[in-house]
Design a protein. Structure first.
Length: 83
């Protein structure tokens, strides 16, 4: 089994990507927390008449955001290893 050594430039690119994606997730999460703390009436509304409050839908969106950002990171870093 061989171990590949990644050049420092490639490692820095992965770090920058990881920090950027993490910052997006942090902004999504704290935006949700802010909305929960200061806009409770708006979050209690049922915008699509599904019986689900907006707070539930936004919470689900934050979770999906994390899954999408993780997938993006894995795909980009694995694509970089194939070169």
């Amino acid at each position: 089994m061989t171990k590949t050594i990644t050049p420092p430039a490639q490692s820095d690119e992965k770090l920058t990507l990881g920090i950027s994606l993490a910052a997006i997730q942090v902004l999504a999460f704290f935006g949700f927390v802010y909305a929960c703390a200061f806009h409770t009436r708006a979050l209690a509304a049922d915008p699509f008449s599904l019986g689900l409050p907006l707070s539930f839908l936004l919470g689900l969106l934050v979770i999906l955001c994390g899954a999408v950002l993780t997938t993006v990171y894995v795909l980009v870093t694995n694509h970089g290893q194939e070169r």
